[in-house]
Design a protein around this ligand. Structure first.
Ligand SMILES: [Fe+2]
Ligand SMILES: [Fe+2]
Length: 203
């Protein structure tokens, strides 16, 4: 989608989201949108796509556990055992379906970006990774978990690519899960494998 179309879509979706989302989630979405755009422009990229995906990524974050499960079943989304236990993990996949079928969003990158935004995904472009990073380093989240500050500091260095910041975040989460003896979602491991191999190739 061209830059101007993302701007048009941003305005259209912003008024929808302002209506449907509770204020804290809408405010988080606005912060992620701005931060994702800055991550792109700081690195010489076009911010428009990242701003759009950042704005819409939590379109289904306000649903209840039973709504996430019911909507996932209705759309034929594969439900992993971790998602049965923690239905909030379905808010990305359900959100992507809502954007497509209720709100007529057509961009495949944006829909995939939203679908996988909790764990990241190998086919992500830089705009998606910028949204992913921005979501994790929202200043309100850093306040709740000071251990994430080094990731936010990496993001402030425009010489560090967004994929490297995403990998550092994923390594942080995997190490945390190991320490606490928690299961790691297979998509997080897939994203880590992809980003690690990209890292090795680039040297
Ligand atoms: Fe989310
Ligand atoms: Fe979010």
């Amino acid at each position: 989608m061209a830059k101007l179309e993302f701007h048009g879509e941003l305005a259209r979706l912003r008024s929808i989201l302002r209506e449907i989302l509770p204020e804290p989630i809408f405010a988080h979405s606005e912060r992620v949108s701005i931060l994702a755009g800055e991550l792109m422009s700081d690195r010489g990229g076009d911010p428009a796509e990242a701003e759009f995906i950042g704005l819409v990524h939590d379109v289904a974050r306000h649903l209840t556990n039973s709504e996430w499960i019911d909507e996932a079943k209705r759309y034929g989304i594969l439900i992993h055992s971790m998602e049965t236990n923690h239905p909030v993990l379905l808010h990305g996949p359900v959100g992507a379906r809502h954007l497509k079928w209720k709100y007529s969003v057509a961009s495949k990158q944006a829909l995939d970006g939203v679908y996988y935004h909790t764990f990241g995904y190998p086919t992500y472009n830089d705009a998606c990774w910028a949204m992913f990073v921005a979501d994790k380093i929202d200043p309100e989240k850093i306040k709740r978990n000071r251990n994430l500050r080094p990731i936010a500091e990496m993001a402030a260095d425009r010489n560090i690519p967004v994929t490297d910041i995403a990998l550092a975040y994923i390594e942080f989460r995997v190490a945390e899960a190991d320490r606490e003896g928690l299961e790691v979602h297979p998509l997080l491991l897939a994203a880590r494998s992809f980003l690690s191999s990209k890292h090795v190739q680039l040297g």
